[in-house]
Design a protein. Structure first.
Length: 307
């Protein structure tokens, strides 16, 4: 979903940009569903298949998009399929067209992982650990670490007003994280949304990749792990995933035991403010979207009230 103030890119615009900047002429360009802050298209020319992705120029969305492209390129260069950007004819990762930043991505073949399937969650945990090890770690200032978990300062006033239970809940979550001293965790480049549908398992090769880097950032590695655990149904159901991840030494001993639950609290808090904000602002497209948002809100509230 692109910004309301940005012009909408049509498939002819994308096809023209591909021909001009990538010299990919005569491609068949078809819009793809999904994309919370972006628009995507399937790109085909003969046997060549790619994915085009665009975000509006300017602001945090563009910065995050470019960061994700750089990380995907690093991961794919290390041998893990990641939907890396295909350089333009001039060797750039992106081109600007119609008020948008456009990238052409390699297509990662394979099926999505199933978060309810134990063997798939093992693939997920293993692949996430490999990705984290490729991307490395970095230092973080204590004030920066603490501020990154303060949802009350992120402009969620509509969510807090519509659902009064959320602000006290996220305040408690932030306090638990401050006591944890988040700067003591292992920080580094993170995918941001390693949900099962963003992994691809090749049926012939057995190789597993991680795509869709639009939420990339610099965070504790456990942020990604907590996101995966949330999508797998919680810590009990995610035990195979956690064992697989920890087997590859992506975290120091004891860090997951010490900090996974506070990070999982934070991920539920993010879901609460996100879905409450969408409902309050009327951003759900139909009754099905609204029902899904209400269900996710109820799930977040149940978790946070039990903490």
């Amino acid at each position: 979903m692109t910004s309301a103030s940005a012009p909408v890119l049509g498939r002819r615009d994308v096809a023209a940009a591909l021909a001009s900047h990538w010299h990919l002429r005569g491609a068949d360009v078809t819009p793809l569903p999904g994309g919370m802050n972006s628009a995507t298209w399937d790109v085909r020319r003969g046997t060549v298949r790619r994915v085009a992705k665009a975000v509006p120029c300017g602001g945090a969305a563009e910065e995050q998009f470019r960061r994700g492209l750089r990380l995907a390129a690093r991961v794919e260069a290390a041998g893990i399929p990641a939907g890396a950007p295909v350089p333009t004819a001039r060797g750039r990762l992106t081109a600007v067209t119609g008020g948008h930043v456009l990238a052409l991505l390699s297509r990662v073949e394979g099926r999505e992982l199933d978060g309810a399937d134990e063997s798939d969650t093992v693939h997920l945990g293993t692949t996430l650990a490999r990705v984290h090890r490729v991307l490395g770690t970095g230092p973080v200032e204590p004030a920066t670490a603490r501020a990154s978990f303060d949802l009350s300062a992120d402009g969620w006033d509509a969510a807090f007003a519509a659902r009064p239970w959320i602000l006290p809940a996220v305040t408690e979550v932030a306090e638990r994280l401050r006591r944890l001293r988040p700067e003591t965790l292992t920080w580094g480049p993170s995918h941001g949304d390693p949900a099962p549908e963003h992994f691809r398992l090749g049926p012939a090769t057995g190789r597993c990749g991680l795509i869709d880097w639009g939420a990339a950032g610099f965070r504790p590695r456990l942020y990604d792990v907590a996101t995966a655990v949330l999508d797998a149904g919680g810590p009990d159901r995610a035990r195979p995933l956690l064992r697989a991840y920890l087997h590859h030494d992506a975290l120091p001993p004891g860090e997951a035991e010490r900090a996974l639950l506070p990070l999982l609290d934070f991920r539920y808090a993010i879901n609460a403010v996100y879905y409450a904000d969408h409902l309050a602002r009327g951003r759900t497209d139909d009754a099905g979207d609204a029902a899904h948002a209400e269900a996710e809100l109820a799930r977040a509230r149940a978790w946070l009230s039990g903490r």
